[in-house]
Ligand binder design. Structure first.
Ligand SMILES: *[C@@H]1O[C@H](CO)[C@@H](O)[C@H](O)[C@H]1NC(C)=O
Ligand SMILES: *[C@@H]1O[C@H](CO)[C@@H](O)[C@H](O)[C@H]1NC(C)=O
Ligand SMILES: *[C@@H]1O[C@H](CO)[C@@H](O)[C@H](O)[C@H]1NC(C)=O
Length: 345
């Protein structure tokens, strides 16, 4: 049998290459917050993230590690990660003892909050850099420079100087940190990507709704709510008579906010004068849609400002008839542009 022509498979291969987590910059970080209430107490909590994906959390009650995914557990049972995990309680005990000692030595007052951010960045070309930052009371205190194996004060205070100097004198620790941050951390990212591929590459398509508000008789606000999408990058734009509305004072797009289910949401608001005679649509582009766009026209008559999936579906159905005609009409004039690739769902 003849092998099938490679070109036939290209469309199947491309999306997979697109979503390859190893083809993107990956950041692994461990965020730890410790509250030292008095000389005999320390409350430690922590969470580890790969990009925006939670990997594990530290139980403040017993310092056990709880994995968010079976694959995260599996990945942590390999290589240096396993050694670090088996020593994690010892590391935490040493850290707590060290902070109490420093508090006595510098004669600081309780309570004290120490935050640590430690991890590494891995680029697609396999270069990487590690980082470890320590903060006190919400301010940067000292940071570890991996290549020089040195702690550098991040504020001009006696505390920052003393802590950096004292940490620099612990050569065994700086040597170990250098190894962990420049070698172990990168290989942990690669292992996590290998075992967690299905969840890391997961794609959730956005659901969008469009409605209008009238804060003043002379102003109409068109709101486009987009939610439930993953991964985070997304493009949301307003079209006026089929042309993208450029950024300006009338356009206000929120930052991307997380939902509770590891998806994201945002909204874009366009201010206009009522009955301005133009047609408007909200256009959403996202990796989960491939080269298609979601196009939700604003129906002048649909005045009810109701949000919900049912409405979204109804609007999408409405878009299929209204938008389909619009697309057909614009097809000839816009042949070479993006618009021709838009499929109205
Ligand atoms: C220290 O702080 C903890 C937590 O706030 C509290 O439960 C404990 O009673 C305190 N101990 C002393 C000796 O003050
Ligand atoms: C690898 O990629 C990063 C980010 O794109 C870049 O800053 C760095 O210079 C690259 N390193 C090499 C050796 O190509
Ligand atoms: C954009 O929206 C935010 C939040 O609703 C609001 O605080 C801000 O004033 C708005 N900006 C403009 C230019 O309308």
């Amino acid at each position: 049998m003849q092998p099938p022509h490679l070109l036939l498979f290209l469309p199947l291969l491309l999306p997979a290459m697109w979503a390859d987590p190893e083809a993107e910059t990956q950041v692994f970080q461990l965020l730890q917050t410790s509250l030292f209430a008095n000389v005999s107490s320390a409350e430690v909590s922590g969470v580890a993230l790969l990009g925006d994906m939670p990997i594990f959390a530290l139980d403040p009650a017993n310092w056990n590690i709880h994995f968010h995914w079976p694959w995260a557990h599996q990945a942590t049972a390999e290589g240096d990660a396993e050694k670090i995990k088996s020593h994690s309680k010892l590391f935490l005990h040493n850290m707590v003892r060290y902070v109490h000692e420093m508090i006595q030595q510098v004669q600081l007052d309780y309570p004290l909050v120490i935050q640590i951010r430690v991890g590494c960045v891995l680029h697609p070309n396999r270069t990487s850099w590690g980082f470890m930052d320590v903060g006190e009371g919400g301010r940067d205190l000292t940071a570890f420079e991996v290549e020089r194996q040195r702690w550098e004060p991040q504020q001009s205070s006696l505390l920052a100087e003393l802590v950096s100097k004292s940490l620099n004198s612990k050569k065994a620790v700086t040597g170990l940190l250098e190894h962990l941050l420049s070698i172990s951390c990168q290989s942990y990212i690669l292992t996590l990507c290998k075992y967690g591929r299905a969840d890391l590459e997961r794609q959730e398509p956005p659901v969008a709704t469009v409605f209008a508000r009238t804060p003043r008789p002379d102003q109409l606000l068109l709101v486009c709510c987009v939610t439930g999408f993953y991964p985070r990058p997304i493009s949301v734009a307003w079209l006026r008579d089929g042309q993208e509305v450029p950024p300006g004072p009338a356009l206000n797009t929120s930052t991307i906010l997380p939902n509770a289910d590891l998806t994201y949401q945002l909204r874009s608001v366009l201010a206009l004068a009522p009955h301005d005679g133009h047609s408007y649509a909200c256009r959403v582009r996202h990796r989960s849609l491939g080269t298609r766009s979601l196009l939700i026209p604003w129906e002048n008559r649909s005045a009810a400002p109701t949000i919900g999936i049912t409405i979204a579906v109804l609007l999408l159905v409405a878009a299929a008839s209204a938008g389909g005609f619009w697309w057909w009409k614009h097809r000839k004039s816009d042949e070479a542009t993006w618009e021709t690739q838009e499929i109205i769902i």
